[in-house]
Each structure stands twice: as C-alpha cells, then as structure tokens.
Design a binder for this molecule. Structure first.
Ligand SMILES: [Zn+2]
Length: 446
C-alpha cells in the first residue's frame, strides 16, 4: 500500500515538473528531426546517389582484423551484407555478428556449427591448415561453408566465366586458362571447392602482375572461400590463438528493421526552393534525367507519389552500424575493427566519422560513397550521442541537396545566357543575304 502511494507521488511530481514538459518538447523536436533526416535521405538518395569516388582506407590489418574479414566472407550469402567485430579477452573471444536482414533458422544453425567447429579445431595439436584438412571437423567446416555460400559463389563465378569468354584472346585470360589446365581439362566440370582453390592459388601467385584489376577482382572473389577457410583454420590451429578459440563465442546482434513515415519529396524541395516556378523547373529537370527519374520511381513507388505526405517507408539498421551501436552502448573506446562483406555506404561512413570525432577508435576498410535511402539511424543508449549524430548527418544531407539545387540553378542561368549568344553567332555566320527575297515570300505565305 505504501509502495503504491510512493509511486503515485513520484509519478505526479515528475508529471508536473518543468523538466518533464521540457523533455516532452525535446522528444517532439527529436522525432521531427528524425522524420526530416529520413525524408532527406530519401531525397538525397534520388538526386545525388553517388556522392564521391569509392575509397579504400589504407588500414594496416592485424591478425584479428584479417580473421574478422575471413569470417565475414564465410557468413555472407546471396546479396546479404554481414559485419563482424572481434573482441578478445585474456582467455576467450567474442565475435559480434550482424546483418542487414533478419536471421533465418538456417543462419542460426550455420553460425552454431561454425562455433562448434572452431572450438574443436582449436583443440588439435598445433599443425598447419594442410594437415588439419585431413581431420573430420575441418573438412566438415569446409563443406558447410561451400554449401551456405553456394549461390553467392555461383554469381561470382558467373562474372569470372564471362571474363573468360569475352577476353579469350587476351593475354591475361590465356595465362589463367593455361594455369588451370595444369589441374583440369574442363573447369566447368569441377566442383565449387576445387574452382575456389584454383582461383585462390592463382590469385596469390599473380596478384602483383600486370593483370586488369577487374579480372583479378573476380578471381579473388571466387578464390576467397578457400582463402578464408585456410586462414581461419590456420588461426584456430595456431598455438598462439588456441586458448582464445577454445572458448570462442559467436554473438548474433538483433537486426533493427522498422517502418517510419517520411515527408513528401515535394515538401522537402519546396522548402529549399520557395519559388514555385523554380521548383517546377527543378522537378522537371529531375524527371527528364533518366537515372534520377528511375530512382525517384524506385524510391517513392511512382512519380505521382512525390507529393504525398506521411508515406510509410521500410528502413533498416545497416550491419556495420549495428556493430558500431553495440560498441557505443558498451562505451568501448579501444581500437575496434569492423569487417564488412561489402564496402560502407555514405551515411554509415558519416556516422562512423562522427563516432571517431567523439573518441571512438572505429576502423573500417573502405566506403563506396553511395546514399542508400532506406538507411536507419542507430538507437544508442547515449541520448546526447544520438541527437548530436542526427544533427551532424542532417547538416551533411542539407549540404548535398542544396549543392544539387544550386547546380541546377547555375546550369539554368548559364543556358539562359548562352541561348542569346548562340543565336547571335548564327546570325554572324550568315554572310550571304541573297536569299532575303526567298524568306520574304515564305513569310507572306504563312
Ligand atoms: Zn550503410
């Protein structure tokens, strides 16, 4: 009874306190800004999908980082994006794993198997990966990896096969085919494991030669499965890491996929271009651009929906930001490398940049600089961090949208002034006025 009274008092007091109304106002402002951020991510993703050139961070990878990268390759199937972050303790290690989509039963079972196999392999006598291959757990792990990653492997091998057909007369293709012929008469008759193995070893021996980058990339991707498997087995068998892997724990982070209402494309652009005629001109310029127009349809479902308010959009927390959010929630400020099966998008890169400025030593290995509109802002426990990161990203999105609008207005004013000069040049170029009479007769018949 007493407890009830006390609760009521606290409740009443807090409800009537000035701080509560301030908090409510603050929450309202945050929600409005959140809607603005998602709305602007949709707009910017349409009018400026690629912000800059792809980048590869010049990161020196530690043995743990390489292990995380190898594991990310083994965990990414189909088109899914997976992120991995390894934390070591004195006699164990936790590997945080996240992905863009929901976890399926098949994923959960596969991850559990990897954990069991890694623990078993770490109990072997110290040996090389080659010796370990003869053991049951190692060959079972290899089989599971190739099965789980089969469709992604097939898609990657498809790209390499196209290179081999299209460039059969090229020297680099001839050299690769010659190498393969030492092992098989027909590569297509070989299983995935053998193909991946041949590509892995070819890449290792030829990566520094003068071979077209895209061809090497395709070989590397096909060979990455065997490459990852070898590196991971090597680590688990290594005396130095045995203790860590004997207690390894693969921890899946929950995905964060929701629906949020966004403001219309029209209201976002109209606020920045209040003049109706200029707004209409900008809209038409966007619709006349085939790529932008296709993106608008893909993002808003149809051109007619550009004016619609409160459309519910599906957004999700990107795999790498799920890991970053976990690091921030645990306030881990020591070096944290995040291995991602795909390069970071522009908004994830921005968020990580903000976290770095706040003292978080987060390391990633590259970004593709594209704006993905269905991006979700992480819900960190630290509310101040959440608000400040929201403001930081909004400022960048504003700048990107404004630059595109400015580019359009500059282009329009230039073409307006250019139009006059083109006409005058045409007239200047005419040096024969003998046809004057002809024109006069045409003008009469009009
Ligand atoms: Zn991202």
């Amino acid at each position: 009874m007493e407890e009830k009274t006390l609760y009521s008092k606290i409740h009443l007091n807090s409800a009537s306190s000035p701080q509560s109304s301030y908090q409510m106002r603050d929450n309202k402002t945050f929600k409005m800004k959140e809607e603005e951020l998602y709305s602007k991510a949709h707009v910017a993703g349409c009018i400026k999908y690629v912000v800059d050139k792809e980048s590869d961070e010049d990161v020196e990878l530690t043995a743990n980082d390489k292990f995380s990268c190898n594991l990310a390759t083994m965990l990414a199937r189909d088109k899914e994006v997976v992120a991995v972050n390894l934390k070591t303790y004195s006699n164990s290690c936790i590997i945080y794993i996240s992905k863009n989509n929901a976890w399926f039963k098949e994923d959960v079972e596969y991850i559990e198997k990897i954990q069991i196999y890694l623990r078993s392999i770490s109990k072997y006598e110290p040996m090389t990966w080659f010796e370990a291959l003869r053991k049951d757990e190692t060959s079972a792990l290899c089989y599971e990896v190739m099965k789980y990653c089969s469709s992604k492997f097939d898609s990657r091998y498809g790209k390499l096969k196209k290179d081999l057909i299209d460039g059969k007369e090229e020297q680099h293709v001839k050299s690769f085919t010659e190498y393969i012929s030492n092992y098989t008469k027909n590569i297509d008759e070989e299983g995935r494991l053998a193909i991946s193995q041949m590509c892995c070893f070819y890449y290792k021996g030829n990566k520094d030669k003068n071979i077209p980058k895209i061809f090497l990339k395709h070989i590397k991707e096909v060979g990455s499965y065997v490459g990852s498997f070898i590196n991971i087995t090597d680590c688990a068998c290594n005396q130095k890491y045995k203790t860590l892997f004997s207690q390894v724990k693969l921890h899946r982070l929950n995905p964060d996929i929701i629906h949020k209402p966004i403001c219309s494309w029209k209201s976002i652009i109209h606020k920045l271009i209040p003049n109706s005629k200029t707004y209409q001109g900008f809209k038409e310029a966007c619709l006349n651009d085939r790529i932008i127009s296709e993106r608008l349809i893909r993002t808003y479902d149809s051109i007619e929906r550009l004016d619609l308010e409160n459309i519910n959009k599906h957004i999700y927390l990107h795999a790498e930001l799920n890991i970053v959010s976990n690091i921030i929630n645990q306030k881990i400020k020591t070096r944290s490398f995040i291995a991602v099966s795909k390069k970071c998008c522009f908004l994830c890169e921005l968020y990580i940049k903000f976290a770095q400025q706040q003292g978080y030593n987060i390391v990633i290995s590259g970004a593709h600089k594209k704006i993905y509109h269905a991006w979700k802002h992480p819900d960190t426990i630290d509310v101040t961090f959440k608000r400040n990161s929201q403001t930081y990203i909004l400022k960048e999105l504003d700048q990107i949208i404004m630059e595109e609008i400015k580019r359009y207005i500059d282009l329009r004013s230039r073409s307006d002034s250019d139009a006059g000069s083109v006409d005058s040049h045409i007239i200047e170029d005419i040096d024969d006025f003998s046809a004057y009479a002809e024109f006069k007769s045409i003008a009469k018949s009009e």
